[in-house]
Design a protein around this ligand. Structure first.
Ligand code: GRF
Length: 212
């Protein structure tokens, strides 16, 4: 079976990228290979992580484009040059245009640090997500891996994992717990399932084939 070529899109620190690279090194991304990391920011530490794992890093700098459309065009050009089969958004800060989403329908995976449909959509990114969860007083939060659709954080859900809120949590503490207990596990697992052809999207529902 030909391996799925994975391009990971990043904008920042890249701990989720690191989780993917570590999973790959352990042989846990079955039937897939991370062939490129594309950053929207030239100085992103994620590019160092890519280098450390001998994965080619590329930059499509958001600041070089004056609209979401022209930025998306440039990204699409880069990704087709890279022949990517699967796009993984791992801390990628920009909402992709409908044209992009259409081009890669059900082939773009995103990780969001909350249990969708809570604390998601426009304006819910980074620490804000955790601040809002704490403010609301929920007892459980978590992470969601989903396919990307034209609406932010609204595509079919692949995997979710709950994480408990604890007394004395700050947004920073909670962010770290959600990453350690949920995000860094779920994202490699979902990517591996995709690469094995075990995810089937039926409307909003993602069915997962059992392992053989
Ligand atoms: C993560 O919390 C992820 O869920 C969200 O952005 C953050 C990125 O962190 N989409 P990192 O760059 O992977 O460390």
């Amino acid at each position: 079976m030909v391996k799925t070529k994975i391009a990971v899109l990043v904008s920042g620190g890249g701990t989720n990228l690191q989780a993917l690279l570590d999973a790959q090194a352990r042989g846990d991304i079955r039937n897939g290979k991370i062939t490129a990391v594309v950053s929207s920011t030239p100085g992103a530490f994620a590019l160092e992580r890519a280098k450390g794992a001998n994965v080619p890093g590329h930059v499509v700098n958001r600041k070089d484009y004056d609209s979401r459309e022209s930025f998306t065009e440039a990204l699409l050009g880069k990704l087709s040059e890279l022949n990517a089969d699967l796009i993984v958004l791992a801390g990628f800060l920009y909402i992709l245009s409908p044209a992009f989403v259409e081009r890669y329908e059900n082939r773009i995976i995103n990780i969001h640090p909350a249990l969708i449909p809570s604390f998601c959509g426009d304006g819910f990114y980074g620490l804000k997500v955790h601040e809002k969860a704490l403010e609301y007083g929920v007892k459980l939060t978590g992470a969601t891996v989903h396919f990307v659709s034209a609406e932010a954080d609204a595509g079919p859900i692949i995997l979710q994992k709950a994480v408990a809120i604890e007394e004395g949590d700050t947004a920073e503490i909670l962010q770290k717990r959600v990453m350690e207990q949920a995000e860094w596990k779920l994202l490699p697992e979902a990517v591996s399932l995709f690469c094995q052809g075990r995810l089937h999207v039926e409307g909003r529902i993602v069915r997962i084939d059992q392992a053989e």
